[in-house]
Design a protein around this ligand. Structure first.
Ligand code: PMV
Length: 311
């Protein structure tokens, strides 16, 4: 039986600029190393996937409307593996549907494992393209940041413009950023929050233009702070970005509570990451990280440590 060995891919955290990035403001994001790791083995019968960390196990039958199934069906077609039979074992350190790029990491790690199992020669550019198409199935109009960071990792700034592909620039030589991630336990829906912001902006264009300009200023300042490893400044900018996101209308009680508890435990800066209205909060706590974990866990919020941009 042929076995691919274990192949991994990065998750992602948007550090600054979410929502504003939809309107042309630059955003900054980083990879979370080894978020998803996959081993492929040739088998007989239906191809199957098991992801114990997400309580998931399923066969890929090619006809299901389930988004994850359709993404895998796409991978099979893209890798020309129709008719092949395999089993994928998946380990995941990030939860699904929490804004940490789990689905793109799954697509990239699965593609790497399948390519190794079936001796298909693929470079990172090709793997990234397959994962982007798979993300289009799962998220309809993804920016491409999730699959890009899943494939390459690191810290990036990126710009989206309507009807154009996003442009990515590596923040080369930037030091990795240690963060605590606090999970609100509430699922955020990206398409819905983006639509809500669009409607609110149409009603109050001046207010939203000012908020996006404020976020653009924060992103520029953050890029400078990252370049010199000034994490104390970064923490202040995280708080400022969170205040702007709250005014935009994408925070929620759970996010505010996680931010508040983290601050009570001594954190220096905290903000939502991704689309908001649930999902995850990122926290810069330096040597106070243990106290932040404890306080959040005591109030029922799950947490994890990430070293952003390390891979
Ligand atoms: O939560 P995520 O990973 O889906 O991030 C959404 C980021 C937004 O700026 C809100 C939308 C986008 O497409 O950039």
């Amino acid at each position: 039986m042929s076995d691919s060995g274990w192949h991994s891919a990065n998750g992602k955290v948007i550090l600054f600029g979410e929502h504003a990035v939809v309107y042309g403001v630059k955003a900054i994001a980083g990879g979370v190393a080894d978020a998803v790791t996959v081993r492929a083995q040739c088998s007989s019968g239906n191809s199957s996937v098991s992801i114990p960390a997400w309580d998931l196990a399923f066969s890929i039958d090619g006809t299901s409307e389930d988004l994850l199934q359709r993404s895998f069906a796409h991978l099979i077609t893209a890798l020309d593996l129709k008719g092949a039979s395999f089993h994928l074992d998946v380990k995941a350190t990030v939860p699904p549907a929490s804004g940490l790029g789990a689905s793109a990491a799954l697509a990239v790690a699965s593609t790497r494992a399948l390519a190794a199992c079936y001796n298909i020669d693929m470079n990172d550019g090709q793997i990234n393209a397959v994962a982007f198409a798979s993300e289009q199935i799962a998220h309809s109009t993804p920016s491409g940041i999730d699959n890009t960071l899943a494939t390459y990792g690191g810290l990036l700034s990126y710009c989206r413009r309507e009807r154009e592909d996003a442009r990515f620039s590596s923040l080369a030589h930037a030091p990795a950023i240690p963060l605590v991630v606090g999970f609100t336990g509430r699922k955020g829906y990206t398409a819905e929050t983006v639509a809500r912001v669009r409607a609110a902006r149409a009603l109050e264009p001046v207010k939203y233009a000012q908020l996006f300009a404020e976020i653009a200023r924060i992103v520029d300042a953050a890029e400078e702070a990252i370049a010199v490893g000034d994490f104390a400044r970064l923490a202040v900018l995280m708080d400022e970005n969170q205040r702007a996101l709250k005014e935009i209308g994408v925070s929620c009680d759970e996010i505010e509570q996680v931010v508040h508890l983290a601050k009570q435990a001594g954190a220096f800066g905290a903000k939502l990451t991704g689309s908001g209205d649930g999902g995850a909060v990122i926290i810069y706590a330096a040597d106070r990280a243990e106290a932040v974990h404890e306080r959040l866990n005591k109030h029922g919020f799950k947490t994890m440590d990430v070293l952003l941009g390390a891979a």
